[in-house]
Structures are given as C-alpha cells and as structure tokens.
Ligand binder design. Sequence first.
Ligand code: SF4
Ligand code: SF4
Length: 241
Amino acid sequence: MAAQSGINESIIQIFRNEFVDYFGFADLYRYQAELVKSGGKIVSGYPRGISIGIALPDVIVDFMPDREDPNVACEYKTHCYDIMNERLNLIASRVSSFLTQKGYRTLPIPASERTNEAEAIPTVSHKMIAHIAGLGWIGKNCLLITPDHGPRVRFVSLLTDAPVNGTDNPIEQRCHECDACVNICPSKAIKGINYETGSAREDRFEHLKCQAYFESMSEKTKWDVCGMCLTICPYGKKRNE
Ligand code: SF4
Ligand code: SF4
C-alpha cells in the first residue's frame, strides 16, 4: 500500500506541474476482453489505467454557435483540439517514461486517434478509462460528462502494470430527462437514449451522421468543427450562469 500511494503521489505531482484538471486511476481487471477487442494484442495484459483530462477554455467553447465564423472555428480547432491533444500526449508520454524508469510496463494511448475508421473507434476508449476511474458518466451525446465541467474536457489515457491505487467505480448517468444535446445536434446523430452498462454505442449515436456534418462544415470553413453537443450541456454551462 505504501508503494502504491508513493507512485500515485509522484504521478499526481506531474499532473500538478502540467495544469491537469482531471485525473483518475482505473482498475481494469474485469475489462480485459473489452480492451483487446478494440485495441488488439498491444493493449493486452495491463491491469490498470490512468486517465488524464484538461478542461477546454469556456471563452472559446461558448462561441461554438458562431462556428461558421473562421475566427471562432480556428480558435476551437487549434486550442480545444490540436493543442489540447498535443499537451495530453506529452503528459501521457512523461508519465509513461516515469513509470518505465521505475520498471513498470506502460503504454500511452494516443489522444483522439481512431484506429478503426469505419466504426470511429480508437485503440482504447479514453471515455471508458475515465468512466471506470470515476471521473464522470457517459452522456446521451456519448461524451464523458464530468460533474463540474460537463463534456468540456479532453482526455487521454495510459495502460500500466504499475501498482497505482486504481478504482472500478463508474458514475451512473445523470442526464435523466435532459435532451439539450439531442435537440441541438444539427445532424440528428444523438438518439436521446441514456447509457446503460454494456449498451452498444450505435443504439445511442449515429456516428456517420455526425461525420457527414463535419464534412459539410469543411466546405464552409477550412476548420471543420462542431461541438454543439458539448457547448449546450447544462453540466458544463452551470458555472457561467
Ligand atoms: S459534434 Fe455536432 S454533429 Fe456531431 S453529435 Fe455533436 S452536435 Fe451533433
Ligand atoms: S446535454 Fe443533457 S442529455 Fe446531453 S449529455 Fe448533457 S446532461 Fe446529458
């Protein structure tokens, strides 16, 4: 237990230095088959995960209704997407080096990269690791919804056999009767069904409709962005009211 808390504390210090807003340690013991299904052999044999999240700047996200304005679209694509992903990947790489130097097998999972384009699935779902680590729930918009910043957080994850003090404590959905993201989605991709453990994403979200909307946006501005389903969520907006 002393070694566990020592490693957790060392990693948390890295997060503090990097202005990380969310972090959690996930016990992946009962999710091994699910992990290998999406990520293949390279992700097998890791009993724990580390989830890292950075909150998106509200001063940009709140402008997404004006996303056809190239100034807004460029800000969002650069500072809510590209730079955030770079920062998250660098933090994951640093934690990975730290744990590797300590003698532990550790795999950083790239942020926002799909390895199965047809189904829009990454090597490992960052939402899944964050959910197991107790950082939030899966919303009707299929994003990870944190209690304080709603879906306005970008995540990355690592897999490791280091003895970090992990938890398997997913938060139950708190969307309840809200349909704000369903109603505002311009492509009608969100079906309005609450997430239940084990439910298939395609029963709740039509990713091809969302993708088609992005493609239509790229004809209007060179920065194809949307994000209305995260802008509208009351769990992200309530701090500004
Ligand atoms: S990003 Fe836009 S199009 Fe895609 S689901 Fe969210 S609101 Fe709908
Ligand atoms: S907008 Fe409402 S339904 Fe959609 S994710 Fe947020 S709380 Fe859930």
